[in-house]
Design a protein around this ligand. Structure first.
Ligand SMILES: [Zn+2]
Length: 217
């Protein structure tokens, strides 16, 4: 009888944990791109020449701690191949109270990256080909994420001239300086993305893209 009770208990535990795993988290979840979401991105981040089927994309809902220390809701569209990675990363960042100012669809900036970065928005999918090629960029595939973009700009030095994106991020180009929201190799966000197999743009040699994490699928 004791043994029977033990088996029942083990089975009950197994079933309850399986059932728990099937319940979607109400704060951190991924959905397919339905008509309502598609209407928000059509002709913006989902451009008319987009070659990525919407079935390859996912809409993410997450929570994040803003620069005001309060909880905020975030929305992001990414490739389905990294949806689980991003949900885990954003959940861990939230639990650690890591501050991300805004996680909004780039469509709220009319899919204009420069405007989104100037507003320090964090985002992922924005369809585009790599300049002068027919190759789709990592953001175009929804396989790259930019975090706290104003404080962590893209920096390219050509013939001694410094190119910065966003153009308003001049105060954050020199990374030996100490300032809040700086992503470096000791930063939790950077560590989590790397643990999930992402490459960090701050490790690149020819250009530096401190806000950028991408995954090769
Ligand atoms: Zn990027």
């Amino acid at each position: 009888m004791v043994r029977f009770n033990f088996i029942v208990l083990v089975l009950a535990l197994l079933f309850s944990s399986a059932a728990y795993a099937d319940v979607p988290d109400e704060n951190f979840y991924a959905t397919e791109i339905d008509d309502v979401i598609f209407a928000r991105i059509k002709g913006k981040s989902y451009k008319d020449d987009c070659v990525v089927p919407t079935s390859d994309l996912r809409y993410l809902h997450v929570l994040h701690v803003g620069f005001d220390g309060e909880t905020h809701e975030g929305e992001m569209i990414c490739n389905k191949a990294i949806a689980a990675d991003l949900l885990d990363i954003f959940q861990k960042l939230y639990e650690a109270k890591y501050q991300i100012e805004k996680i909004r669809l780039v469509d709220e900036y009319n899919a204009d990256d420069e405007l989104s970065m100037r507003d320090n928005n964090s985002s992922c999918f924005n369809f585009r080909f790599i300049s002068h090629t027919t190759k789709v960029s990592k953001h175009g595939l929804g396989l790259a994420v930019d975090i706290n973009t104003l404080y962590n700009p893209y920096v390219k030095i050509v013939d001694g001239k410094v190119n910065i994106e966003p153009a308003t991020a001049g105060d954050y180009v020199y990374r030996t300086k100490d300032f809040p929201h700086k992503i470096d190799e000791n930063d939790l966000c950077c560590k989590l993305f790397k643990q999930h197999g992402f490459e960090w743009g701050g490790d690149w040699k020819s250009v530096k893209d401190y806000q950028h994490f991408e995954k090769d699928i």
